[in-house]
Design a protein around this ligand. Structure first.
Ligand code: GLN
Length: 542
């Protein structure tokens, strides 16, 4: 195909309507018709990336293979398309300005006054087209964060307008996602907010090609006609997106509504072939028809906002479907676990996951949960900080090194069983300076990890500063905690296990980032299997 096609997804009326899921669902449908698709997110905030944002602000920070700290929507893109994203797939206003200012300092603008239009908008357009120029894709879907009318979004909307003008309607398509509120007092769905947001878009020179309408109730034919007339779109381009019980239903819902066919027709692409969703639907039917249920405790300190652990939750859905088991996740705040509450909080669980995290708050509760899992033979998975705490708990209670700690929590600790990597010691800036992205890991052959991965060399994504201190490794191994995965170059310990325990594993990396619908992550699949077996055993005993 000669021309790259660009699809933009903008949002109106309200935030949190699920632009990411609509973009990912459309991407899935186009991919299932044989097109090569990638999805990008432009975020209008001034942080250079979300890596320095508190999870309460923005949910999880998603890490790509090339080590970019990105918006959690990229996780949806990867999970839906089963295809990696990269730094180029997430750009913030901060990054745009940073690069324009660096160019200005290098004198690249030859004495010109540097302005939002054209310099910032040119930089935005260039960032959109970078993916098109790789030659790897036929269609680039770009989600514009925020809501039209926001001051922050203006340069992005202007960049879209310019691209539509430069490349034409056959190559650039705008999908506007909006909300149709239901007024229960009047018993009516209201279209006015949508009319206004379409008008706001129009004031910036953009006519939406397709309207996707989030709604809690079915849109009548009459309402669709009205929306089409007042919002200046064809009736078949008014797409209903009704609340779904799972995000994984949305591609099929969009297929039924014809989102992919209208998109292809408008872009003058072949819409004859039906999308092949066999694999997707196989997953969906397993997800919806579990043969058993299990209860897993997720111990973390950001549990009030479930988006903080988005990829972990989704990885459990993939692994649950693979095992034909429904995983009921119980979110347990680590600060609520203490000697008095531990029994009532943990005794009904079939498995425990201790979540990643930063800083001291809540670590005692997490460590108590590790100890509970270790001493009650409960399947345990510790991720990143979760692994580090498993190491500290073992040092304190098995090796009897009472003062053992991570230097993150106590820089003066007598026994730094977890400490800073040498190359981290002189780093003071916080943004983008952790050990990030994909690193190789060599597995010991006679280990649970090897059994699960069925491979001696794996690659997993990281996001941390601290590491297991190998000076203590001999002591740990002599007492039954073994390093079964190591980085082949640096020898850093990436996986620990307790072979005398039925299923106890701590991993320094984040397996959740690599779990997709088409490829559920083997560690989560193995963990859920062990949790299920544990439950069966427990039930037959009682
Ligand atoms: N705070 C720990 C570190 O930096 C763990 C980070 C994490 O769990 N992602 O090493």
């Amino acid at each position: 195909m000669d021309d790259i096609k660009y699809i933009f997804v903008t949002g109106g009326v309200s935030s949190s309507l699920g632009k990411g899921i609509i973009a990912a669902s459309l991407g899935k449908l186009l991919q299932a018709r044989g097109f090569r698709v990638t999805i990008q997110k432009l975020d209008p905030y001034i942080n250079v990336d979300p890596g320095t944002l508190n999870p309460y602000e923005h949910g999880e920070c998603y890490v790509t293979g090339d080590g970019a700290e990105t918006d959690l929507d990229l996780g949806h893109y990867e999970r839906f398309l089963n295809q990696p994203t990269s730094q180029a797939n997430n750009v913030t206003t901060g990054r745009i300005y940073q690069s324009v200012i660096e160019k200005e300092r290098r004198g690249e603008f030859l004495g010109k006054t540097v302005q939002v239009v054209p310099h910032i908008t040119n930089e935005i357009k260039q960032r959109i087209q970078i993916l098109g120029k790789t030659g790897d894709y036929d269609i680039i879907i770009t989600e514009i964060g925020g809501t039209v009318g926001d001051i922050e979004s203006l340069p992005y909307i202007e960049a879209v307008r310019q691209m539509k003008w430069e490349f034409g309607d056959d190559n650039v398509l705008v999908i506007h996602l909006t909300f149709i509120p239901y007024l229960s007092a009047a018993g009516e769905l209201k279209t006015k907010p949508t009319q206004h947001s379409v008008k706001t878009l129009m004031e910036s020179g953009i006519r939406a090609d397709i309207l996707v309408c989030r709604t809690e109730h079915e849109l009548s034919d009459e309402l669709k006609t009205k929306l089409a007339l007042f919002c200046n779109v064809r009736k078949e381009a008014v797409i209903q997106s009704i609340d779904a019980s799972t995000i994984y239903d949305v591609p099929n819902m969009m297929l039924d509504e014809g989102l992919d066919t209208v998109t292809l027709r408008k872009l003058k692409l072949n819409a004859d072939k039906e999308p092949d969703l066999t694999r997707w639907n196989h997953f969906l039917s397993r997800h919806k028809n579990p043969k058993a249920e299990v209860r897993v405790g997720l111990i973390g300190k950001y549990v009030e906002l479930q988006d903080s652990y988005k990829s972990i939750l989704e990885a459990f859905i993939h692994a649950g479907a693979e095992n034909e088991v429904k995983v009921n996740l119980e979110f347990i705040h680590s600060e609520h676990i203490n000697a008095r509450t531990i029994g009532s909080k943990l005794s009904k669980l079939d498995g425990i996951l201790v979540a990643p995290g930063f800083g001291e708050r809540g670590i005692d509760g997490k460590m108590a949960a590790v100890k509970y899992a270790r001493t009650h033979n409960l399947p345990f998975l510790g991720i990143c900080l979760g692994m580090q705490l498993a190491v500290i708990e073992f040092a304190r209670n098995v090796l009897k090194l009472k003062e053992a700690n991570s230097t993150e929590m106590n820089p003066q600790t007598e026994h730094p069983v977890v400490n800073l990597m040498e190359n981290q010691k002189n780093i003071h800036a916080l943004g983008g300076t952790m050990r990030l992205g994909s690193w190789a890991c060599q597995l010991k052959k006679d280990s649970l990890a090897y059994q699960i991965y069925q491979s001696e060399e794996i690659e997993e994504r990281h996001r941390h500063r601290y590491e297991f201190n190998n000076e203590y490794l001999e002591q740990f191994e002599a007492s039954g905690m073994i390093a079964t995965g190591k980085n082949p170059d640096s020898n850093l310990t990436e996986i620990i296990e307790i072979p005398s325990h039925p299923w106890f594993m701590g991993v320094q990396f984040h397996p959740e980032y690599k779990s997709t619908v088409a490829n559920p992550h083997p560690l989560f699949v193995g963990f859920v299997k062990a949790v299920h077996e544990h439950r069966i055993k427990r039930k037959t005993k009682s």
